[in-house]
Structures are given as structure tokens and as C-alpha cells.
Design a protein around this ligand. Structure first.
Ligand code: SF4
Ligand code: MG
Length: 317
């Protein structure tokens, strides 16, 4: 609720503050049990920072995070630990996110150990074996090292580790971006199966709308630290209401010719998050910008069932 994350940039001999990166500005959303919400946007839009804030990996500048109604961003130490258990993550790079010197058994057992979820070493090992089988690997994988596996298999190990603490929420940050397209599909299918079976809530962070199209329930589009549109999957793919989403979608390759859109090529670059534009953050690249866009930040307005967009053009009345 109202998440804000600003980073000071230090520089110069005396380490004076040179400015502030406004990575996340007033971002609010909810995530239901068993739901997948995809956070989509170009690199640098703040989506990974939102994920880190949720996981408690970086403190908020402002805002609140609640899990089942309990505020968790203010918790620390002992009080935070049980909440940490309920949220886990799958990282982008299956080649660097697994400790190369640990055996798979130790990697997957770590959260079980950290949260005291098995009484004995034998129980822990049995649980690791179950988790590996659940993600499509054999129990024999336990004794091996990460380098003995392919990228897709490593991501399966990462998923087994994420499941080990029996979480309710998993934040997947570009979890399939480093994989080949055919392997991406396998991993996405696995995540969907696990979600249905375990009732997991997934925050699926991706720069690629095409990747999320077949697996997500809702999509939130971010641009320069803000959510500019959020909607159920069908609504966003069938009728985007924000000019930025339209441009992003026009770049998604479509197999069916009737679904193909004219490519909208945005001019210019994403402005610096140190000095974001006044008013609408998208206005410097928006083909429809008009006077008011520089003066007023457009709020997320309802534009359909569960569908909100932050653009002055959507103002009715
Ligand atoms: Fe474009 Fe203005 Fe809408 Fe922003 S508010 S997306 S600049 S038309
Ligand atoms: Mg990122």
C-alpha cells in the first residue's frame, strides 16, 4: 500500500548526496491466495525493487506491506522470522543463485533447517527428496553439485528451495528470462501446477509480456516507478487502456494474424529516475501527451471490471 523506495546516490570526495533515485513511487496492489499477478515493465522501472521490498530485503521509504492483514514491513528479528518463512523467492539466474560449492541436498535443506521444519536429519533428507521429485527431478539429484545440471534443471532446484519453507507467497523475479523458450514453457507449466496444488500466490516479475500471457491472472504494468495499468489478463491483452501498455503489447509477437497490432515505436529513452518528469511519468514518450499531462499526475482510475489505468485520456465525466 503506497510503496515508496528512494535511494540516495553518493558521490564525490566527501560522499555528498548527488541525488535520489526514485525507484518506486506510490505503488499499491493486492495479491490473493492462489493468484498470479505479473509485474511487467522495462528494465529499471522498479519492478525488482518492489519484489525486494515485499521480501523485506530492502527497507521502505514509505508505505505498508501486509500479509493476511498483518503489517510486516515494521517487523524485525524474532517477529519477522515466521513471516519470512511464508514468503520466498525464485531468482533470475539459475547459474549464480545456487551456491556452487554446496550439494543440491544442502541447498534445498537450508530453508528447512533455518525454519526448524524437520526434527531430524533423516526427516529433512526425506523432505528434500520429496521436493526434488515434486519439481520433476530425481532423488538422486541430492548428492550432486549445481554445475552438473542444465539451466532448466537448476531453476527446478531453485523452485524446490523456494518451496522448502512451505511459503504462501513466492516472488519470481525474471525466473525464466535466462532460459530457452522451450525450457521457459516447462518451468512455467511447473509453476502453474504447483500453484494449483499448493494454493500459492505468485508475484511474477518479468520484462516480457509474452512470457506471462498464458499463465497470469492479472497484469500490473510499471513505468518509471509507478503502476500505470492493472487489469485481469484478458482485459489487458484484449484492450489496453494506457498508451504505454499499448506500445508494450504492440511489440509482442502474435501467431494469429487477427491479433497482430501495428507496432508502436516509442521515441526517446526512459527518463532518469533521479529526475522523473512532472505530471505523468510517461509524457516525454507518449504519442498522445497534452498540456495537462505535465501538470497533474494521473491517478489509477477504474476503466473496466478490475481494470485501472493512470492516464488523463481515460477520465470520463
Ligand atoms: Fe499520455 Fe497524458 Fe495519458 Fe500520460 S496522461 S499516458 S502523457 S495521454
Ligand atoms: Mg530487475
Amino acid at each position: 500500500d503506497g510503496l515508496v523506495k528512494h535511494f540516495p546516490i553518493h558521490g564525490g570526495l566527501l560522499g555528498r548526496t548527488k541525488g535520489t533515485v526514485q525507484a518506486v513511487n506510490d505503488v499499491s496492489f493486492d495479491l490473493a491466495r492462489g493468484e498470479t499477478l505479473s509485474l511487467v515493465g522495462e528494465s529499471g522501472c522498479g519492478k525488482s525493487t518492489v519484489g525486494k521490498c515485499l521480501l523485506g530485503l530492502t527497507p521502505l521509504t514509505a508505505g505498508e506491506i501486509r500479509l493476511d492483514g498483518v503489517r510486516i514491513d515494521t517487523l524485525a528479528g524474532r517477529a519477522l522470522k515466521p513471516m519470512r518463512r511464508r514468503m520466498s523467492t525464485v531468482f533470475q539466474d539459475p547459474f549464480s543463485s545456487l551456491n556452487p560449492r554446496m550439494r543440491v541436498k544442502e541447498i534445498v535443506a537450508e530453508p528447512i533447517r533455518a525454519h526448524g521444519l524437520a526434527r531430524t536429519a533423516a526427516a529433512r533428507e526425506a523432505r528434500v527428496g520429496d521436493l526434488l521429485e515434486r519439481v520433476g527431478l530425481s532423488r538422486a539429484a541430492m548428492g550432486r553439485m549445481p554445475h552438473q545440471f542444465s539451466g532448466g534443471q537448476r531453476q527446478r532446484i531453485g523452485i524446490a528451495r523456494a518451496l522448502a519453507s512451505e511459503p504462501d507467497v513466492i516472488v519470481c523475479d525474471e525466473a525464466v528470462s535466462a532460459l530457452d523458450v522451450s525450457v521457459q514453457a516447462q518451468i512455467i507449466n511447473l509453476m502453474m501446477d504447483l500453484q494449483a496444488e499448493l494454493g500459492l500466490s505468485l508475484l511474477f516479475i518479468s520484462h516480457d509480456l509474452a512470457v506471462v500471457e498464458h499463465m497470469t491472472h492479472r497484469v500490473a504494468v510499471m513505468y518509471l516507478g509507478r503502476i500505470v495499468e492493472v487489469a485481469p489478463r484478458r482485459a489487458i491483452f484484449a484492450g489496453p487502456k494506457h498508451p504505454y501498455t499499448e506500445a508494450l503489447l504492440s511489440a509482442v509477437p502474435m501467431v494469429e494474424p487477427e491479433k497482430r497490432r501495428e507496432r508502436i515505436v516509442l521515441s526517446g529513452d526512459v527518463p532518469s529516475p533521479i529526475a522523473p518528469p512532472s505530471g505523468c511519468v510517461f509524457r516525454t514518450r507518449c504519442p498522445h501527451a497534452f498540456d495537462r499531462c505535465a501538470a497533474e499526475v494521473p491517478p489509477l482510475r477504474p476503466v473496466g471490471a478490475g481494470h485501472h489505468a493512470a492516464c488523463h485520456l481515460n477520465e470520463t465525466a
